[in-house]
Design a protein around this ligand. Structure first.
Ligand SMILES: C[S@@+](CC[C@H](N)C(=O)[O-])C[C@H]1O[C@@H](n2cnc3c(N)ncnc32)[C@H](O)[C@@H]1O
Length: 383
């Protein structure tokens, strides 16, 4: 088996993207395959072994050395095949019935693949990686592919997760606390929870939504999968009082002014991070009548202008409340027309009184020019 050891040591020197060990030696083994992927944990690269048993994922994180010897043991005792994708290579190792080693290594498009790997590696769940919960929610098929009708949702939640990953990988808070407002069926909520689990980090997440039946389903799924740090509550964002102070508040497409209440709560509770993708910003449009003014003359233009103004007001109010704010494109328009992300991080230094006055002045000039009120402005200034 020296030959196998050498093959594995050559393999582990490469920039591995993922590996699968399969082809059971005996049908009595109850795990058809073991998926292995590199994960970053407190600055170290470890290899995460994932086994799906009775629809539940079990993870084990091993150092490179331990992973190499665990793969050796798997291949000599339980399985006969390993397929690996590394940057620039597809590698396959097979052990025949007579224990003869068959090794194949194919070059792939090195430059493009490495670039692709870098671009997609932030995805916690690549196409082909299996999440039992996302399968149950219909986002994935049983073989780990993205279900075609759910492709846009899959892109959205993965993109959202990239933003979360950017924050969490630089923040070592021991027990991260998150509230997901307007969680709905909770595709994102489950994905975020699984992301923390895969990273080996402790997290508490609450998903809140108005819909009792949807929340009951989410509770049932979380309980069956043993997701102890993930709870779901029925309620209205505007009356919600949390059991903990969240480090982060997220909301993905919380309708109309629900986003304002989500942001207001996050600010009042001193959340350090706020990530909101607003949707159906109707509030201002309902108050502004058609007029001869340039941006109010045509329904479609008026609606878009006032939706953008709503998000600009929200961003400015976050700055006013002591956050560094960026407004960025969330996702290509082809995957969702609701493509603005408001991202806010609490500043350590306060905003000067002069700047606060200027920010509020800009907002209030707009509101009085159009003779409208805006929910987040009303909440923050208590007018
Ligand atoms: C468009 S769905 C988005 C669901 C989920 N975040 C997603 O992206 O798949 C909006 C959700 O927000 C919930 N919602 C709207 N207003 C709410 C409020 N005031 N309090 C709690 N949930 C609310 C709705 O019930 C709905 O499930």
């Amino acid at each position: 088996m020296e030959e196998l050891k050498n093959a594995l040591s050559r393999l582990f020197e490469k920039d591995i993207i993922r590996m699968t060990v399969s082809n059971r030696r005996s049908r009595t083994e109850d795990v058809p395959k073991v998926a292995i992927r590199p994960v970053k944990l407190r600055g170290r690269t470890l290899f995460q072994f994932e086994r799906i048993i009775n629809n539940q994922a079990f993870h084990e994180n091993l150092s490179r050395e331990d992973a190499e010897s665990a793969v050796f043991t798997l291949l000599t005792r339980e399985y006969r095949q390993l397929d690996a994708r590394a940057a620039g290579y597809d590698i396959s190792i097979k052990l025949s019935k007579k224990e003869k080693l068959l090794y194949s290594e194919k070059k792939t498009q090195t430059q493009n693949e490495a670039a692709d790997h870098n671009r997609t590696k932030k995805y916690i769940l690549g196409d082909g990686e299996f999440s039992p919960v996302l399968c149950e929610l219909g986002v994935q098929t049983k073989d780990g592919r993205v279900a075609a009708p759910m492709y846009d949702k899959f892109k959205q939640i993965n993109r959202f997760l990239e933003f979360i990953d950017d924050i969490v990988s630089k923040d070592e808070t021991e027990e991260f606390k998150i509230i997901d407002f307007g969680c709905g069926k909770s595709y994102l909520t489950f994905l975020v929870y699984e992301y923390f689990m895969k990273k080996g980090r402790t997290v508490r997440i609450v998903g809140l939504d108005l819909k009792r039946d949807v929340i009951e389903k989410c509770r049932d799924i979380a309980a069956r999968h043993g997701y102890g740090g993930l709870t779901f509550e029925v309620g209205d964002i505007k009356d919600y009082s949390p059991a903990f102070s969240p480090d982060m508040v997220i909301s993905l497409h919380a309708c109309d002014t629900a986003t304002d209440f989500a942001i207001y709560n996050a600010v009042s509770w001193g959340a350090r991070y706020i990530l909101a993708i607003p949707c159906c910003q109707h509030e201002l449009n309902l108050q502004v009548k058609k007029s001869e003014r340039l941006l109010s003359s045509y329904g479609l233009i008026r609606e878009r202008y006032l939706a953008l103004s709503t998000d600009a007001i929200r961003a400015k109010l976050l700055e006013y409340s002591g956050y560094d704010v960026s407004v960025m494109e969330f996702i290509d328009l082809e995957h969702s027309p609701k493509n603005i992300m408001i991202r806010a991080k609490k500043r350590s230094a306060p905003v000067s009184a002069e700047r606060r006055t200027r920010l509020l002045g800009e907002i209030e000039d707009f509101l009085s020019e159009y003779n409208v009120t805006q929910t987040l402005h009303t909440l923050i200034t208590k007018k």
